[in-house]
Write a protein that binds this ligand. Structure first.
Ligand SMILES: [Zn+2]
Length: 180
């Protein structure tokens, strides 16, 4: 039985964790790669156990952008971004980018844009965006289309960029809505 101390970087809870599945700890044939979730605040951090040792543990998911989401953004859209980040960590890049596209579409619907072709929706929302963010929205759609409909490969970098752009776009859209 192995013991380790683990803490939540967000709510600072410290716990003892033990693990001791013989088939795993007695050999180096297996590696466990997963997400450790704090039951108190929901904060997620990656953890990799390799044989008997911890190979990797970090304070948050890589490139975690969802922490910077504007508080005015709907909870289900925030969850889409968190899902995109989990998918990125789990190397499901197409799934990750598809979640970004979904967040874009839902956020436009929330702004009163009629749900139809996404390219038309983005065009209709043009005056809600800066020029740069408008271009980002089109790029998110582009990545999302590739991930959902085409036989093109999506790499880790693509998913990282898509999440980054989607968070920026969502924040700007939320900002726009709160201006007088
Ligand atoms: Zn916590």
């Amino acid at each position: 039985m192995l013991q380790m101390q683990i803490h939540c970087p967000k709510c600072k809870i410290q716990v003892n964790m033990s693990y001791g599945l013989h088939s795993i700890t007695s050999s180096n044939y297996f590696m466990i790669r997963g997400i450790l979730k704090c039951n108190d605040c929901g904060h997620e951090r990656p953890l990799t156990l390799d044989g008997e040792s911890i190979r990797e543990i970090s304070d948050g998911l890589p490139d975690q952008q969802s922490d910077t989401l504007n508080s005015g953004i709907a909870e289900d859209i925030k969850e889409d971004i968190r899902e995109a980040e989990r998918a990125l960590y789990n190397q499901c890049y197409k799934a990750s980018v598809t979640m970004c596209r979904r967040a874009l579409q839902l956020s436009l619907i929330d702004r009163g844009i009629e749900d139809k072709w996404l390219s038309k929706m983005i065009l209709k929302a043009k005056d809600m965006f800066s020029e740069k963010t408008f271009a980002m929205a089109n790029s998110i759609k582009g990545f999302g289309d590739m991930a959902a409909h085409r036989r093109e490969s999506i790499e880790s970098e693509d998913a990282k960029i898509a999440i980054y752009m989607t968070v920026k776009m969502l924040n700007e859209l939320a900002q726009h809505g709160s201006e007088p």
